[in-house]
Design a protein around this ligand. Structure first.
Ligand code: FMN
Length: 302
C-alpha cells in the first residue's frame, strides 16, 4: 500500500488531503484546480435546500498570523449545483463529498438525498457554521438536535455520513451522539465564532458583525478536539483547522485524524501547499520509519 493512502468510512483516498468545505467547493472548475494540486477527494461548499445569497459585505477579512475571519453566511447555489460537482469529481477520478446545511432534519434529508441520487461518495452534515443563525452551530451545540438530524439522514441514506462539528462545550457528548445516530466519521473542527472591530469606524469589521475564525490560530484547538474525541471513541475523524504544512498535518494525524482538510492555507498560500504537505509527510514518514499512515493515526493517544 502506498505510504500516504488512507480510508474514511470505506472510501479509499490516495493521500490524506482534501479541501475544506467552502474553499474552492462551489463550481465544477474548482474540482479540476484541486485535482491538479494533488488533493485526493473533493468537498463541496455547504448546500442548503434553496440557494442563498449570504451576508452583507465585507464577508471576509485577513487577520494577523495567517488567519481569516469570515461570515459568508452559507452563500451557495442550492441543490441544482450538485450533479455538476459530482460529475466533475467523478470524471477526475476522485471521491466527492457533498456538504449539506439546513435548519431542520428535513432540510438535511432533502439535500442529502439529492447528493446520493447524483452519485456522491458521502455527505458531510454541517452542524457547526458559527455565523448563519438557525443553521450549524445552533444544531451542533444541542445533542438532541444532532441526534434528530443525523438520525433522520442515516435512516434513509445508504452512502456514508460524516458529521462536521464545531467547538462546543460538551464536544465529547455531542460527538458520541452523532456517532450513535449513524455518523460514520466526524469532521473536526469548523471555524470558531469570533469578531474584529475597526477602531476608527468603531464598528465591527464584518458586515454581519460576528464571523468564524480560521487558520493558524485555531490549529491547537483542532488538535485538542481531535485528540479528545479520538481518545474517547477511537472514531474515524477528518481533521481540519490551521493546517499549513506537513507538521501541522502530522499533529492532527497523531491526534487521531485519518484525513485532513485544508481551508485557509489554500486561500492564503495557494494550491501549492498541497504538494508541499504531501512531500513533507512522505519525508517525515521515511525519516521516522513509518511504513503507512495507519501507524500514525492516533499514535499520540496510545
Ligand atoms: C471563506 C470560508 C468559507 C467556509 N465555508 C464553509 C462551509 O460552507 N461549510 C463548512 O462546513 N465550513 C465552511 N468553512 C470552514 C472550513 O471548512 C474549515 O472548517 C475552517 O476554515 C477551519 O479550517 P482552516 O483553518 O484550514 O481554514 C469556511 C471557511 C472559510 C474560511
Amino acid at each position: 500500500m502506498p505510504p500516504l493512502e488512507t480510508t474514511v468510512t470505506g472510501i479509499k483516498l490516495r493521500n490524506p488531503l482534501m479541501n475544506a468545505s467552502g474553499i474552492l467547493g462551489s463550481r465544477p472548475e474548482h474540482v479540476k484546480r484541486l485535482v491538479q494540486a494533488g488533493i485526493s477527494a473533493f468537498v463541496s461548499k455547504s448546500i442548503t435546500p434553496e440557494p442563498r445569497e449570504g451576508h452583507p459585505t465585507p464577508i471576509i477579512v485577513e487577520l494577523p498570523g495567517e488567519a481569516l475571519l469570515n461570515s459568508v453566511g452559507l452563500a451557495n447555489p442550492g441543490p441544482a449545483a450538485i450533479p455538476g460537482l459530482v460529475d466533475a469529481a467523478r470524471r477526475a477520478g476522485i471521491p466527492v463529498i457533498i456538504s449539506v446545511a439546513g435548519t431542520q432534519p428535513r432540510d438535511f434529508l432533502y439535500v442529502a438525498e439529492a447528493a446520493e441520487k447524483a452519485g456522491a461518495s458521502a455527505v458531510e452534515l454541517n452542524l457547526s457554521c458559527p455565523h448563519a443563525e438557525g443553521y450549524g452551530l445552533e444544531i451542533g451545540m444541542d445533542p438532541s438536535a444532532v441526534r434528530r438530524v443525523v438520525g433522520e439522514v442515516s435512516s434513509v441514506l445508504s452512502i456514508p455520513i460524516w458529521a462536521k462539528l464545531g467547538v462546543v462545550d460538551r464536544l465529547i457528548h455531542v460527538a458520541g451522539t452523532a456517532l450513535d445516530a449513524g455518523a460514520g466519521a466526524l469532521v473536526l473542527i469548523n471555524t470558531l465564532r469570533a469578531m474584529a472591530i475597526d477602531v476608527y469606524t468603531r464598528r465591527p469589521v464584518l458586515g454581519h458583525g460576528v464571523g468564524g475564525l480560521s487558520g493558524r490560530p485555531i490549529h491547537p484547538v483542532a488538535v485538542r478536539a481531535v485528540y479528545e474525541v479520538y481518545r474517547e471513541y477511537g472514531a474515524e475523524i477528518v481533521g481540519v483547522g490551521g493546517v499549513f504544512d506537513w507538521k501541522t498535518a502530522a499533529e492532527l494525524i497523531l491526534a487521531g485524524a485519518r484525513a485532513i482538510q485544508l481551508g485557509t492555507s489554500l486561500v492564503l498560500r495557494g494550491e501549492r501547499v498541497v504538494a508541499e504537505i504531501l512531500e513533507g509527510l512522505e519525508r517525515y514518514m521515511s525519516e521516522t520509519g513509518a511504513r503507512g499512515l495507519a501507524e500514525l493515526v492516533g499514535a499520540a493517544v496510545r
